[in-house]
Each structure stands twice: as structure tokens, then as C-alpha cells.
Design a protein around this ligand. Structure first.
Ligand SMILES: Cc1cc2nc3c(=O)[nH]c(=O)nc-3n(C[C@H](O)[C@H](O)[C@H](O)COP(=O)(O)OP(=O)(O)OC[C@H]3O[C@@H](n4cnc5c(N)ncnc54)[C@H](O)[C@@H]3O)c2cc1C
Length: 407
């Protein structure tokens, strides 16, 4: 490819967002290239969990490496953090088989040219955009889609003082005795009786996310849903070890460690910029749960089809194409839902551990369709408002006040 050639779309990144969108665009017969500072064949580091229904609805359930039907949470006995009463979710959860999922997406990206480069600058040249790479390579395109993740240096959005982050520290390994029941998935174990009162009062609450991976291997992760400033890796690690020790469990072998930190409340990007984004860079993480892969899979096909239509008009400049793209990615309905989720997250972050346990006990008393629809961001706006109002009405007074900013 010559540096003078003008592509239709240039995508930055080779993570889930870049591959989900590129694989859809590839079938639209456009002239597309991707730039990533890593080879697209490099294995993804993160462990991606998802509700099984999200993949089933797309006919992609074969990409689950693990699937659990015994899915539970522990919120203590309500009044305090002890008690072994499990909240049964009765809703299948799974782990995505990263290798086969990534391979399949790359297969669907056939025909797309990859540049192993780091983008350092994007220049808007009147009608088209130019991506300047660290090596000096310059590539021209009618539209640049930034899928370089949450830390994108190119996407402009309103600045906020307190970026709440989800932080987690996890271990895949073998243990002296099972940290969770055989064949069980634990979404949230908020029991905190292994911590002293002082520790409870001091820090942001955290919970255990854990699962049986078979062959006596388990994944245990101490997670803080969202906080500003975020809980440090050291603190999460200490809490995880304390939690395990509290149950008399010792780590026998560490197979893999996961260190997780990403923003939950990034404002939506401005729509009047010459670049479009997708994935973390486009603030697509669900602000109340931290999940995103389901959204990528649901939203990529429509965006790809619409981009093809917009690109059919040779008159449209990068800024006009990007604006049309933003309108498809973040229509009124999704913007309003995002605002409601941000409000909810904000309130949750002000709750202490006891309030969080009380909140979640009530949350999972909603019908399965309601709570799962909330967590996967698949409830239409009126239904989402209904569910949030129902939650409010059914909550204890202290939680009601907390939801209304009176705590
Ligand atoms: C540890 C962890 C666990 C998570 N678990 C889940 C989960 O279980 N379920 C879920 O739904 N979500 C999960 N998330 C949230 C979210 O889905 C992930 O953060 C996801 O990886 C974001 O995808 P992305 O493609 O937008 O960005 P990334 O995965 O961060 O990919 C960005 C890509 O851009 C490339 N890049 C960056 N800068 C440049 C540049 N200047 N030039 C060229 N290339 C560049 C990088 O090499 C990379 O390929 C998790 C996040 C983390 C951090």
C-alpha cells in the first residue's frame, strides 16, 4: 500500500473492540486496514466472562470455554456480613474461550491489512484523516475508528475530576481445598467477616468473584466494583489472601495472575470530532457492571452496515462520517440509559459495605429478566426506568435515602 492511498476505514487496535468491528466491516467489502502496536495474533490477556444468554442470542454460545448453571452470590444474612445463605441466580454464566473467539474474529477479518505500528497522532486534513505512526509511517483514510481501549489518547470527551475505576486482583490456581463449590460460579461474595471492623470502615468494599475451572483449578478474584481513587493491587491482593486464609485455604500453585484496572464512568465522547471510536475508547463499558463484550457483539453489526452506507457518499468528510457514526453508536435511547447507569453507579459508590449488601439482596429479588436485562444493558429505556423505580420502591428506607443522595 502506498502512503498516498486513501482507505475507507482505518481501525486502531487489535483487542475485542477492534476485531468485533473489523470482522463486521470486512463483510461490507470496504477498503479497511488496522494499525495495532501488537500483532493481532497475540493472545488477549484478560479473562472475559459473560452471561450465556448474551452469546446464545447471537448464536455464538460455542465460544464459551466454561459454562456454569450453579451461579450464586453471597450477601451475608442481610443484617450482617456473616451467614452462608446463597442468592441463587439460576442464570447461566460463562467464560469466553479467548483463543477460539479471537481466531474466529480474525478469520472473519480476511482481506484486512494489518500494520504493526503505534499511532501517535491523527491529523484531520480537511476531508480525510491521516494517522501518523511512531515509525514515521503515515496512512490516510476517510474515517479513523479508534479502538485503542480505555486509555485512548485521541478521543475527546468532557473532563471529569474523579474517574471511578474497577479494580481487581485474581489468581487462577490450585488450592489446599476448593475456594468455591465444585462446578459453581460466584458472581459476588460480599461477606467480609474475615476483615476486622477497622479495615471495613477504612476502605472501599470489595467482593470475591470466583469459579471452578475444572481439574482442581479455580479462579478467585478480589474485586472492587468502582471507586475513586481505586483500590490498589496490594490492598486487593492482601484482602484476597485474608479471605482465603479466613476459610483455612492456602494457595498451592499459581497458574496465572490477573491485574485489572479500568474506568467505569468515562463521559461519552464528543460527537463533533473527526474520529469515531468503538469499545473502551467509546465509553462502551457498562457503568454499573464493567462488562462490555456483549455490547461489542450486539452493536458492531449495525454500526458496520451504517458506515458502509455513509461511505457510499463520496462527499462526506471524516468529521461528517464520524458524526454520523457517533449518532449510530450513541443514539438518544442509549445515551439516556447510560446517564441512568452513571447515576446508579455514583450512588452505589457512596454506599458502605452493609448498604451494598442490602442493595444487592433487593436487586436480585427482581425477576431474572429484569436484573439480567439491567446488567446486560438490554432493557429498553421505559423498562429500565420501571425496573429502577421498582428497585427504589422495594428498598429499605436507608437505601432509598442513599439512592436519593441523602446519605
Ligand atoms: C483485566 C480485565 C478483565 C475484564 N473482564 C471483562 C469481562 O469479564 N467481561 C467483559 O465484558 N469485560 C471485561 N473487561 C472490560 C473490557 O471488556 C475490556 O477492557 C476490553 O479488553 C476492552 O476492549 P478494547 O478492545 O476496547 O480495548 P483493549 O482490549 O485494551 O485493546 C486495545 C488495543 O489497542 C491497541 N493500542 C493501544 N494504543 C494503541 C496505539 N496508540 N496505536 C496502535 N494500537 C494501539 C492495543 O495493543 C490493543 O490491541 C475487563 C477488563 C480488564 C482490564
Amino acid at each position: 500500500m502506498s502512503q498516498r492511498e486513501i482507505m475507507d476505514i482505518l481501525i486502531l487496535g487489535s483487542g475485542p473492540a477492534a476485531l468485533c468491528l473489523a470482522s463486521e466491516l470486512a463483510s461490507q467489502k470496504l477498503n479497511i486496514s488496522c494499525i495495532s502496536n501488537e500483532s493481532p495474533d497475540n493472545k488477549w490477556n484478560n479473562t472475559y466472562g459473560i452471561w450465556a444468554s448474551e452469546l446464545e442470542e447471537l448464536g455464538l454460545e460455542s465460544f464459551l470455554s466454561h459454562r456454569w448453571s450453579d451461579t450464586v452470590s453471597f450477601f451475608g444474612d442481610g443484617a450482617n456480613s456473616t451467614g452462608n445463605i446463597a442468592t441463587n441466580h439460576s442464570y447461566d454464566y460463562g467464560l469466553i474461550n479467548r483463543e477460539s473467539f479471537q481466531k474466529e474474529l480474525l478469520k472473519r477479518c480476511e482481506g484486512i491489512q494489518w500494520f504493526n505500528e503505534t499511532a501517535t497522532e491523527i491529523i484531520y486534513k480537511g476531508h480525510i484523516s491521516q494517522v501518523v505512526c511512531k515509525s514515521g509511517l503515515k496512512l490516510n483514510s476517510r474515517l479513523v475508528v479508534d479502538a485503542s481501549g480505555h486509555k485512548s489518547q485521541f478521543i475527546k470527551r468532557p473532563k471529569i475530576k474523579e474517574v471511578a475505576q474497577q479494580a481487581a486482583f485474581g489468581i487462577v490456581g490450585r488450592f489446599s481445598s476448593p475456594p468455591v463449590k465444585k462446578e459453581q460460579f460466584v458472581l459476588m461474595d460480599y461477606r467480609s467477616d474475615h476483615l476486622e471492623d477497622k479495615e471495613l470502615l477504612e476502605g472501599t468494599p470489595s467482593f470475591l468473584y470466583a469459579m471452578d475451572l475444572g481439574n482442581n483449578i479455580y479462579f478467585v478474584e478480589e474485586t472492587s466494583l468502582a471507586s475513586y481513587p481505586p483500590l490498589s493491587k496490594d490492598c486487593l491482593k492482601k484482602r484476597l489472601y485474608r479471605r482465603l486464609e479466613g476459610k483455612g485455604i492456602f494457595i498451592e500453585e499459581i497458574i496465572h495472575e490477573e491485574d485489572c484496572l479500568f474506568p467505569m464512568n468515562l463521559p461519552l465522547p464528543y460527537k463533533n470530532q473527526p474520529i469515531l471510536a468503538f469499545g473502551g475508547a467509546a465509553s462502551m463499558v457498562h457503568p454499573a457492571s464493567g462488562y462490555m463484550v456483549g455490547s461489542l457483539l450486539r452493536r458492531a453489526p449495525k454500526l458496520a452496515k451504517k458506515l458502509k452506507v455513509f461511505l457510499n457518499n463520496p462527499e462526506l468528510s471524516s468529521i461528517e462520517l464520524a458524526q454520523r457514526g457517533w449518532d449510530v453508536l450513541w443514539p438518544f435511547e442509549l445515551v439516556q440509559r447510560h446517564k441512568l447507569y452513571l447515576y446508579g453507579l455514583n450512588r452505589l459508590m457512596s454506599f458502605d459495605e452493609a448498604m451494598l449488601r442490602s442493595f444487592f439482596i433487593n436487586f436480585f429479588r427482581l425477576s431474572t429478566n429484569e436484573w439480567s436485562g439491567f446488567l446486560t444493558n438490554t432493557l429498553p429505556l421505559p423498562k429500565l426506568i420501571f425496573v429502577m423505580s421498582k428497585m427504589f420502591v422495594k428498598s429499605p428506607l436507608k437505601i432509598k435515602l442513599g439512592m436519593l443522595k441523602f446519605n
